[in-house]
Design a protein around this ligand. Structure first.
Ligand SMILES: Nc1ncnc2c1ncn2[C@@H]1O[C@H](COP(=O)(O)OP(=O)(O)OP(=O)(O)O)[C@@H](O)[C@H]1O
Ligand SMILES: [Mg+2]
Length: 172
């Protein structure tokens, strides 16, 4: 489904609604251009999961690990992944098996190698100001799509929740 969000605040709401449905061994793949909001979303997701540590972009180390209240959060960013062999080295499978939730920015770089996941894609809204010195707005388009049965089974509930809080541009 595709949504429009108007503010940073709404990105937090989106993250909270997804956090409410998160289970051990979940994978969330975040895609979208630089500055679209992938790290910002993960910070809100972490907060909703009870991570008290500050969540920072894992651009250089590729992976940061946090402990939430009930679940561990593993935050990866594949932007600087140089060989797909490095993906195996990150050990995301093992972290999933250990019961954590894994969030991967730029996860589309490795195609569908990350397996079943909730795919969340961000792009700047159509009102993004592009003039010199202009401030980019807080509006974003967000597309949410389940890959695999685990997330597909939760999509109905998530869709209902999201419809209550957001303008839905497309379903399915
Ligand atoms: N609605 C919004 N949702 C998310 N971020 C927003 C929103 N409105 C404004 N922003 C701002 O946009 C920026 C998003 O940066 P962020 O680091 O989250 O992007 P990113 O997608 O992780 O980029 P990169 O690909 O470089 O890792 C932040 O400065 C954030 O405050
Ligand atoms: Mg980022």
């Amino acid at each position: 489904m595709k949504l429009r969000i108007d503010s940073l605040d709404q990105t937090q709401t989106l993250a909270r609604l997804i956090a409410d449905l998160v289970r051990p061994r979940d994978m969330i793949v975040l895609t979208g251009e630089m500055g679209a909001g992938k790290t910002t979303f993960t910070q809100s997701l972490g907060k909703a999961l009870g991570v008290t540590e500050m969540i920072t972009s894992p651009t250089f180390n590729l992976l940061h690990n946090y402990q939430g209240q009930k679940i561990a959060l593993h935050h990866a960013d594949l932007y600087r992944l140089e060989r797909t062999g490095e993906l195996v080295d990150l050990g995301l499978d093992e972290l999933q098996d250990a019961g954590g939730v894994v969030v991967v920015e730029w996860g589309d770089i490795v195609g569908d190698a990350l397996g079943d996941a909730l795919l969340v894609s961000f792009s700047h809204g159509d009102d993004a100001i592009d003039r010199p010195g202009g401030q980019p707005t807080e509006s974003r388009f967000v597309t949410i799509e389940p890959r695999g049965a685990q997330w597909r089974d939760r999509m109905q509930k998530l869709g209902e929740e999201l419809s209550r809080s957001f303008e839905v541009l497309a379903r399915g």
